[in-house]
Design a protein around this ligand. Structure first.
Ligand code: FES
Length: 162
């Protein structure tokens, strides 16, 4: 220990930090740490888990050879599209009971969830479905058929194709 003449303290013996300064520095470092970790946490937040829903309106090419009364179900869509002598029409395949996707069959449609059955026009044959399957808006332009799953039309509405 080196003793400086005239001073009873050593140069290597630091002055004790006043309590007020120590508390101030501690508060400063705590605040800085909290801000830093807050910013890092905000940067690590997951990106929004929102996936853009596909458009409810879509276009398909209806095959010329589609037999009357036979459903064409576009992949990934809950719609059955038909062509008969009166025109083109689309019926939603979302069950009016609890929203399962119904399957077209020889009679019309059958719901795999609770057994509702619908006729070929979507009318209820057997519940628990409370209502008929809705018909959807269809526009025909040449061989293309534009279907809007978001717009219903009165059941029985068929659009003449060219
Ligand atoms: S969801 Fe179709 S019968 Fe229940």
């Amino acid at each position: 220990m080196t003793v400086i003449p005239g001073n009873s303290k050593s140069r290597l013996d630091p002055e004790p930090m006043p309590r007020r300064d120590w508390l101030g520095l501690t508060a400063l470092w705590s605040t800085a740490s909290a801000l830093l970790f807050g910013v890092l946490g905000a940067l690590r937040l997951p990106k929004a888990a929102v996936v853009a829903a596909p458009s409810k309106s879509f276009k398909i090419a209806l095959p010329e050879a589609l037999p009357a009364g036979e459903a064409l179900v576009p992949p990934g869509r809950a719609v059955a599209v038909y062509r008969d002598g009166e025109g083109v029409y689309a019926i939603s395949t979302i069950c009016t009971h609890l929203g399962c996707v119904v399957k077209p069959n020889a009679e019309g449609f059958e719901c795999p969830c609770h057994g509702s059955r619908f006729d070929a026009a979507g009318g209820v044959i057997k519940g628990p479905a409370p209502r008929a399957l809705p018909w959807l808006q269809v526009r025909v332009s040449g061989a293309d058929v534009q279907i809007d799953e978001g717009k219903t039309v009165p059941n029985g509405t068929k659009v003449k194709d060219a």
